[in-house]
Design a protein around this ligand. Structure first.
Ligand code: SAH
Length: 381
């Protein structure tokens, strides 16, 4: 579905973006709530469904474009509501085809989302929070600290913008969604689930839940909650070490949520969902690049059916973290495959525009003032 207005040009602002904050954002209303509004106003109930389709299925950002709604009803809607749609403020194209969007929210906060094209897939990497409250030492987003949670419509809009870009720039459909952008999705659970409901429902994008992956540091309580809620999407855990001491050094959240608790929660997850998990794992020189760590990972992988994605480290500064050698990666693969565990090496994408895993940090809020050659919106991949 092409959007009525392109979302991909910087400084192009056709939207109502939060100009009248005293009005309610119409997309905060469920369909029954919208029906109630129309009935209260003496209008027909079915108008709600029509408006709802414009808002979600067609992603309109302007009441005036709702062509099957009468002028007077549009005026009524404008008096009561705004559509707080996101705006893609800046697009950057990587030499490998990856596109990074700086997305401006109704309150002028910015998050980043990424389109990752491969021969078989086009994947949207989506943010769930502005900044992040977890202090993973190797991640650029952590340095921003958490400013606020995204609303479910703000999460949904990122997907729609990337779907539109996939069609515009690649003439291909969006095939996959990963919650691997800014933020910890399980610390914004209700809104993430709300967005996924819309992405997968017929009045939203109608995408299959198995095409969606939620990536988390692994908060045991929330993994149990997801299992109880019988979610149908995939789960990825940012593991990075299966030894508590090392993992706590990398990810301070491990101190209060140690690996034993994570293992218990994952066992519960598998018992309930029968879905295997993916462990994301970076091997760093001098930190976890030895046989002891590789064997601990292999042991952890046996707890429930799982596979491992060995992610390349994307440097965020000149600090203590460096990608391990190819020998270390080979050692891990040998140990894991020796135990019958599937391990894949994931090459980084979009590094030249800071779009790779862990590099999302709104750098261009500064760069926008100093345009760089990567900032051209018209450059084709
Ligand atoms: N908070 C969630 C999702 C965001 S991070 C999570 O932690 O899973 C997405 C993935 O990128 C995680 O696996 C994270 O550990 C990884 N990551 C963070 N910084 C990175 C870096 N500099 N290089 C490579 N991967 C990184």
């Amino acid at each position: 579905m092409a959007l009525a207005n392109p979302v991909c040009f910087p400084n192009f602002n056709p939207y109502l973006c939060g100009v009248e904050l005293q009005k309610k954002d119409i997309r905060k209303l469920s369909l029954p709530e919208l029906e109630e509004f129309f009935l209260e106003q003496g209008e027909k109930k079915f108008r709600a469904k029509q408006v709802y389709e414009w808002l979600w299925n067609k992603s309109l950002k302007n009441f005036d474009e709702m062509s099957n709604i009468s002028l007077s009803t549009r005026e009524l809607l404008k008096t009561h509501f705004t559509i707080n749609h996101i705006r893609v403020d800046l697009m950057q194209h990587s030499s490998d085809g990856t596109i990074k969007n700086a997305v401006k929210l109704f309150d002028d906060k910015i998050v980043e989302s990424v389109l990752i094209p491969t021969t078989k897939r086009i994947t949207a990497c989506i943010s769930s929070q502005v900044g992040c409250s977890l202090d993973c030492n190797f991640c650029a987003t952590a340095r921003l600290k958490r400013m606020r949670n995204l609303n479910s419509d703000e999460i949904y809009d990122q997907v729609v913008a990337i779907k539109d870009e996939a069609e515009t720039y690649f003439q291909r459909p969006l095939t996959n969604i990963v919650f691997m952008g800014m933020g910890e999705p399980l610390l914004n659970y209700a809104n993430v689930i709300g967005a996924i409901d819309k992405i997968t429902s017929a009045d939203g994008l109608g995408m299959a839940p198995r095409r969606i992956t939620l990536s988390t540091v692994g908060i045991p309580k929330m993994i149990r909650k997801m299992a109880e809620d019988e979610v149908k999407f995939n789960l990825a855990i940012s593991l990075h070490s299966a030894i508590n001491e090392t993992r706590t050094r990398l990810m301070p959240i491990n101190e209060v949520n140690p690996l034993e608790d994570l293992a218990d929660a994952l066992s519960f997850w598998y018992a309930r969902t029968k879905r295997k998990v993916t462990y994301e794992y970076v091997i760093w020189e001098g930190i976890n690049d030895d046989e002891r760590h590789a064997k601990a990972l292999a042991k952890f992988c046996k707890i429930i059916p799982s596979k491992v994605n060995l992610i390349q480290y994307n440097p965020i500064d000149e600090g203590e973290f460096r990608q391990a050698s190819q020998e270390a990666v080979d050692l891990y693969i040998r140990v894991l495959e020796g135990q019958g565990i599937i391990a894949k090496v994931r090459k980084s994408r979009g590094q030249d525009i800071d779009a790779a895993c862990g590099q999302l940090a709104n750098k261009n809020e500064v760069a926008q003032l100093q345009p760089s050659e990567n900032n051209s919106p018209t450059e084709q991949p």
